[in-house]
Design a protein. Sequence first.
Length: 220
Amino acid sequence: MGAALAGHVRSSDVIALIGELGAGKTQLVQGLAHGLGVAPESIASPTFVLVQEYHLPEAPPGSDRPVLVHIDAYRIASLEDLESIGWDSDRGDVLSEMRRGAVVVVEWADRIEGMLGTDLLELRLAHESETTRRIEVTAHGTWQGRFAVVEAALDKVVADAKPQAGDRVAKCPICTKPVEPGSAFVPFCSERCKLVDLGQWLGGNYVISRPVEEADLEEE
């Protein structure tokens, strides 16, 4: 979804990410970075340095393509703290020095609610399960004029990720939830269900119907 969003950002944009620990905020930023041409593995949560700036390596000199500014607001407690890393609230939303020539993405944006102005795209991420997330997207300010296009791009990502008719979806033998393809816990949906299954063997709830014979060990 971050990569899809990258196709619709422009200079001076602000994207506010809100969600609990582990909801996927940094991973979404990595997707955005990938879509902008920045190596996603270089993106890490900037908690201890508050802000990181990433230039697009393939952008030619003089290019007006925006750089990516990544802020972690978890430790920002006041407007003064925000201004100390380059946000100029006195010059207005779009004229802020940090926003000029950049796309600014803010994790934990709810901790500085009201300090980022009214011109931003807000994404709220929440856990639905160990492997799924719910994302609510709200456009504010100039984002409202292009929200229909952004919404369509994000909806396409969701639609493409859903199983198609005729697809075989494996189910966990413990809880019957769908198993993500390529999961490290196949045929189980999670480590928890894998351990539950192991506990069944250790507790004697599972039994072998007949003694194991040498021929069984030779079967592929």
